[in-house]
Write a protein that binds this ligand. Sequence first.
Ligand code: SAM
Length: 351
Amino acid sequence: MKYNYILLADSRFISYAISELRERLSIKDRVKTMALGRGIYLAEIAVEPKVAFEALKLSTFSDGVIPIVDIVERPQSVDELKERVSRCAAKGEPFRIELISLGAKRGVSAKDTEVKIGKEMESLGFTVSLKSPQRIVYIIIGEGISVIASAKSTELADLVVDHFRLENPNHDTVNRAEVKIKEAFAAFKINDAKIENCIDVGASPGGWTNFMVKRGAKVVAIDRGVLEYDKLSTKDVKVIEKVEDYVEGSAVLHMRLNLDEATVFPFKKESYDLLAIDTNTDYIESSKIANALAAYVKHGGFLIMTLKLPKISDAGRLYMVNEALKSEYGVERIKKLHHNRMELTLFARRL
Ligand SMILES: C[S@@+](CC[C@H](N)C(=O)[O-])C[C@H]1O[C@@H](n2cnc3c(N)ncnc32)[C@H](O)[C@@H]1O
């Protein structure tokens, strides 16, 4: 039996997303897909939703699948949408609507329509909950067809529920990279982890460092480039140019050097909770940096590293990263985050 789904995946990586889906769901046949736009695809898959959710939980290239409830011609009125939505919502099950109009300007939310439908549904006895919905109903208004898809929030656990609105990062960040590390913490489910000390390699201009400082960590930021010191949420910053000048104590110690220039490191062994690497180096080079600093990371401590993909086809060589890291780290997940462009983000723990 075939089931219709919405598949969410960055269009640049869609062929990898489909191969991964086939592999994880053990599908031999071709998976029929149709692009609706902005990384949203219709996919016909011969696997029931429960199995599909489970198998795609840790996927690298897709953000997940949502079962389709209804496919309609462009709806003419809110009343029509309300009628369709009421077929997938149940009274007593708080739900939230996520609506996107693919014809609209990028980043423009369809908030007003969502609110309007929500209010009308409430007047019919349904419960809308923005904060803790038990069900999410997605309304995707495409050029030719519109799609209504829906699933329980628990089934979507690994899917970024706010997928459609992540485009607009909030503005108290140093840069876009800060939003990227924030997303990585959420995706790898480490928001509650205690991180007191970290090393941030490739730290300039300071987005990742700032994220860690805001969480209360002390950061050794390594990069020959400058940090945007004014934008950091601490003034307790010390800048040094030589390894010999290393001294502990400040919230941010900026070591203004390229890691390759250092032959010995002044850090205490097994004392860092997180090693973050966002250097614009090939991922084998980045893995070498991770290995060179492994001794300073606590056992069980985290490694978060971006894997730059100058060519999409580099995504086919990811096994090389696992190979390169396996003596020092256990790789838990590699994920194409929403805010990653031509790169993926790796999460591993020090063995
Ligand atoms: C994408 S930027 C990093 C952005 C940063 N993570 C942030 O949050 O703002 C890449 C940085 O890596 C640095 N880099 C590249 N190779 C490096 C190396 N071997 N050692 C230290 N920094 C390096 C570059 O100087 C550049 O500033």
